[in-house]
Design a protein around this ligand. Structure first.
Ligand code: GH3
Ligand code: MG
Ligand code: MG
Ligand code: MG
Ligand code: MG
Length: 311
C-alpha cells in the first residue's frame, strides 16, 4: 500500500511545519519486524533528511537506543517477536522520559484499544496502518514541536536568564541526580557573594548592579568550566567542584578572587571595581549541609573584612 501525497492539506502541512523539515540532526529509531515497513518508513523520514536507525525487535531497539542517546523519536510496530510494541514502550520509559524521547506506536489491524494501550504505557501518539502521508508527517511534526516546547520549558525553569547559569532549583535537582553517582564521597562547594553590592546599586544604579552580576557570572564560567555553577539568588553564586583536592580548589578560588578585584566594569558613563567574599567547605555530608558549611565560612569572610576566602 503506497499512499498518495497529492492533497492541498499536504501542501499546507509542509508550509506550516516547514522548519521541522530537512533536519539532519533529528534522529529517529524505527522498530519493526517487517523489513519492507522499515524501509518504507525510513524512506519517508529520509525525505526530511532525518537520521534513521532500525531495529527488528524491541530488544535490539533498547540496545540501539542505549548506543544512540541522542535519539529523539521512536516509531514502533506492535506485533513483533521477542516483545510486543507496547511492552517495548514500557521498557523504554523505564529510562527515557516523555519529555526527551517521543514515541509513536504503529500498527495495522489489531484491537481498536491498541492505541490506548500504547499511550497508556508511555507512547506519545499512535498511527494506524495504512496511514496517509499527511497524517504521518503531521504526527511526526507534532512530536518535534512537543520536544521543542519541553526543551524550552526546561531551559526557562533551570537557567537564570540574566547569567545563563543554573538557578537554585536546577542546582538542587542536579545535585539530587548526581548525588548517588558521586564516588569521591566528598562534596566540595564554594559560596561566593559580592561585597557591598547594595552600595554599587545605590551609587551607580541597578543597571551597573546587573552589569557587575553578569561580569562575575562570565568570569566564573571562564575560570570554572569543569565545575557546576549556580546563581543561588541576587548576587550570590555557588561553585560545586566535581573533582580535585581541597587544596587545589582553594588555590584556584583565591587567585580568582584576586583577579575579580582587578576587573573594571563599565556601564554607561560609570565604571567601578568590585570584590567578592568566598566561603569554602568540603565534607562527606549531603549537599545542603555542605552548602550550609560554606555559607558559614562566607559569613566569616564578611565579618573579617570581606574580599577574602575562608575555609
Ligand atoms: P555584603 O557585603 O554584606 O554582602 O553586602 P551587600 O550589600 O552586598 O549585601 P545585601 O545582601 O545587603 O544586598 C544585596 C543587594 O542585591 C540587595 C538587592 O537589592 C540587590 N540585588 C539582588 N538581585 C539583584 C539583581 O539582579 N540586580 C541588581 N542590580 N541588584 C540585585
Ligand atoms: Mg510486526
Ligand atoms: Mg548579604
Ligand atoms: Mg553581598
Ligand atoms: Mg548576598
Amino acid at each position: 500500500y503506497i499512499p498518495k501525497e497529492s492533497s492541498e492539506a499536504f501542501a499546507y502541512l509542509a508550509k506550516q511545519f516547514h522548519r521541522f523539515k530537512h533536519n539532519p540532526n533529528f534522529k529517529v529509531l524505527v522498530v519493526d519486524d517487517s523489513a519492507s515497513t522499515r524501509s518504507y518508513v525510513r524512506n519517508l523520514l529520509e525525505r526530511n533528511l532525518y537520521e534513521v536507525i532500525e531495529a527488528e525487535n524491541g530488544q535490539q531497539g533498547l540496545a540501539l537506543l542505549a548506543a544512540n542517546p541522542d535519539t529523539q523519536l521512536i516509531i514502533t510496530d506492535y506485533e513483533m517477536p521477542v516483545m510486543n510494541g507496547v511492552r517495548f514502550v514500557s521498557e523504554v520509559r523505564k529510562t527515557y522520559a516523555k519529555e526527551s524521547v517521543c514515541i509513536i506506536g504503529l500498527s495495522g489491524g489489531g484491537a481498536t484499544s491498541l492505541s490506548a494501550r500504547f499511550i497508556h504505557n508511555g507512547a506519545n501518539d499512535f498511527l494506524q496502518k495504512p496511514f496517509c502521508l499527511e497524517e504521518f508527517y503531521c504526527r511526526i511534526y507534532q512530536s518535534i514541536e512537543h520536544l521543542e516546547h519541553m526543551a524550552k520549558l526546561k531551559q526557562l525553569a533551570d537557567v537564570d536568564s540574566m547569567t545563563g547559569l543554573y538557578n537554585r532549583y536546577a542546582f538542587f535537582n542536579k545535585a539530587n541526580q548526581l548525588g548517588g553517582k558521586i564516588e569521591s564521597s566528598q562534596y566540595a562547594v564554594a559560596m561566593i557573594d559580592i561585597d557591598h553590592f547594595k552600595k554599587i546599586n545605590d551609587e551607580f544604579g541597578h543597571d551597573m548592579g546587573d552589569e557587575v552580576i553578569q561580569n562575575l557570572a562570565l568570569s566564573l564560567q571562564q575560570e570554572f568550566d569543569r565545575e557546576i555553577l549556580c546563581r543561588m539568588g541576587g548576587e550570590e553564586f555557588v561553585v560545586w567542584f566535581i573533582d580535585g583536592s581541597a587544596q587545589s580548589h582553594c588555590h584556584l578560588l583565591d587567585a580568582f578572587r584576586e583577579r575579580v578585584g582587578e576587573q573594571l566594569v563599565r556601564c554607561g558613563n560609570y565604571e567601578t571595581h568590585y570584590s567578592i567574599s568566598i566561603g569554602y567547605a568540603c565534607a562527606p555530608d549531603n549537599i545542603e549541609q555542605v552548602i550550609q558549611y560554606a555559607d558559614q565560612a562566607l559569613y566569616q569572610s564578611k565579618t573579617q573584612g570581606r574580599n577574602q576566602l575562608t575555609l
